[in-house]
Design a protein around this ligand. Structure first.
Ligand code: SPV
Ligand code: MG
Length: 561
């Protein structure tokens, strides 16, 4: 879609700017997506006054977009400043291009880049404009000065480019654009250089004739007088952009009435961030503490939100293999051996917990949460998220699990913190179909009276050794008293929930809470209740695991590992 200035003035635009900004499809007669190029064209040419906010990197661009700005001004001054450089073309144009690419990737709204002088002659401009278009930058502003440029607010009487030569730069830019809606804004520096109003108007006329899509008339006076005189004498011959950095006290309506199409707020995100960073740095330096600062600065969580971490999590679910999408929650709150939390006992140079985390890691499960309780200060493994059940003495396993409720989403494995198992058991559990699958040791059928509590499991049919039998049995009952010919074995304290199974798990936890049973329920109770409402599958194997409850278990574990 092509916008001419005249069409924009006289016709109803075919696109909705808000739709373009939000990235939605337009719903007008021509219903099709609006490009950023077309959006910038409308921002610069529409009769309704628009605003461009300065940004200098991906984050500031996101903040400008979040605030609702329709377009972004990628300022030469502030991009240089963000690099610790002067606004004197000390950064090369390809270095600026790289920053622009981050900015364009970060936002949907269009970017008008401050292209300074075009970094040289017509030939530099041609390459610049092509590359900008390739990177999705919707427009460039070039100023009629000489390379290397000097900021307009430094010194007096800066030399200007020859008019004809600068018109050549504009024509070269227009001939090189790879998108019909790419905008070239010609910036007139005659008022800045003290050349007077007639010269400014003459230059604006020539640049308009050379094909500029808009004229930026710049002034460094504190009063708006010369800008208002210019707009009056210009008489809306083309779209106009202004930068009221110095004449900031003028009410915006004055420019609206004068027929200005777009205003650039040129450097205020950079300047405000400098103020904020200075204050924070001074406070922390003085206090040698974060106390005063925390709560007054953006949270780390907010950074995750701004950079759309949730999108990455969704992509991980789409693209990573099953194990990598899973999270393990290790219940390690209860009990100890010889005054040490069970999960921390050393089994041949590695804690039980570390061994379990390594097993999860080997299966591709990188997100591990640990619910601590007994001796929690000693449970600080690297690479795990920690949850605390400080009531481990008078609560049970479901209460511990509920402390990690924030993480009960997606594919979740829950395991007791005091079990050791061979890796193949985990792999088998992960690949058994079902929304809830529990790992069952068939040798548990033969356990005699040994004075320990076992979670025996009965299925809806006897476990089959048939090669062709592919459907695992369903759990019917689980607990220390389960017996009979449907006895499948012993649950080892490892259960997998699919994303759907995790939803059921959350519901069941909430029901237990509502019934006042959350504090007393153990995992077998939870699994029994789940099995009453949903299919809970058994993954049956033989041996190759143990739990570490007592000192003799510990001795056995040391042989096992
Ligand atoms: C910039 O933001 O880099 C500009 C505007 O060119 S000004 O600093 O006002 O010249
Ligand atoms: Mg600049």
């Amino acid at each position: 879609m092509k916008f001419s200035y005249e069409a924009a003035v006289t016709d109803t635009p075919e696109i909705s700017l808000s739709a373009a900004v939000s990235g939605e499809k337009s719903v007008g007669p021509m219903a099709r997506p609006v490009s950023r190029f077309a959006t910038l064209r409308e921002v610069l040419t529409s009769q309704t006054l628009s605003f461009l906010m300065e940004s200098h990197n991906g984050m500031s661009a996101k903040i400008a977009e979040e605030a609702g700005f329709q377009a972004i001004w990628a300022s030469g001054l502030t991009i240089s400043a963000s690099m610790g450089l002067r606004d004197s073309n000390e950064a090369s144009w390809t270095q600026v291009l790289e920053v622009l690419e981050y900015m364009a990737d970060a936002v949907k709204v269009p970017i008008l880049v401050d292209g300074d002088t075009g970094y040289g002659n017509f030939n530099s401009v041609r390459r610049l404009v092509r590359k900008l278009g390739e990177r999705g930058i919707a427009g460039v502003c070039i100023e009629d000065k000489l390379f290397p440029k000097t900021n307009s607010f430094i010194g007096e009487g800066q030399p200007l480019a020859d008019i004809e030569e600068f018109c050549g730069r504009i024509r070269a830019a227009k001939d090189s654009q790879i998108n019909d809606d790419f905008c070239v804004v010609a910036r007139v520096e005659a008022l800045i250089s003290g050349r007077g109003m007639d010269e400014a108007l003459r230059r604006a006329e020539a640049y308009h004739a050379a094909g500029a899509d808009s004229i930026l008339i710049h002034s460094k006076l504190a009063s708006p007088n010369e800008i208002l005189e210019f707009t009056e004498r210009w008489g809306r011959r083309s779209p106009l952009v202004i930068v009221p950095t110095m004449y900031y006290a003028t009410p915006t309506d004055a420019f609206r009435r004068a027929g200005v199409n777009a205003i650039i707020w040129a450097n205020h995100l950079m300047r405000s961030s400098i103020t904020a960073m200075r204050e924070t740095a001074a406070r922390i330096r003085e206090d040698e503490s974060l106390m005063e600062v925390e709560g007054r600065v953006t949270s780390v969580k907010d950074i995750f939100r701004i950079t759309a971490n949730d999108e990455l999590e969704a992509a991980e679910r789409r693209y990573l293999p099953a194990g990598a999408q899973s999270r393990a929650i290790i219940l390690a709150a209860s009990g100890g051996i010889d005054g040490q939390p069970k999960c921390m006992v050393d089994i041949r140079g590695k804690s039980l917990l570390r061994r379990q985390m390594d097993a999860f890691g080997a299966a591709g499960i990188r997100q591990v949460g640990i619910v601590r309780g007994y001796g929690k200060a000693a449970v600080t493994p690297v690479g795990a998220e920690l949850f605390d059940n400080d009531r481990f003495d008078d609560t049970n396993e479901v209460y511990s699990l509920a402390t990690a409720h924030e993480r009960l989403q997606g594919e979740v494995l829950v395991s007791y913190g005091d079990v050791l198992f061979r890796n193949y058991i985990l792999t088998g559990l992960l690949s058994t179909p079902g929304d809830i699958v529990i790992a069952v040791d068939s040798l548990g059928r033969f356990v005699g009276e040994d004075g320990r509590v076992h979670d025996f499991v009965a299925g809806d049919r006897a476990p089959s050794a048939d090669y062709l039998e592919e459907t695992p049995p369903d759990l019917v009952s689980i607990g220390p008293d389960v017996k009979g010919e449907r006895l499948a074995g012993e649950w080892i304290g490892l259960v997998r929930f699919s994303p759907v199974g995790t939803e059921w798990l959350r519901e069941e936890i909430e029901l237990l809470r509502a019934e006042g049973l959350i504090e007393t329920a153990d995992m077998p109770v939870l699994l029994s209740r789940l099995a009453a409402r949903h299919p809970v599958k058994l993954y049956v194997f033989s041996g190759h695991w143990l739990d570490v409850d007592t000192a003799p278990d510990l001795a056995e574990a040391r042989n096992f590992a």
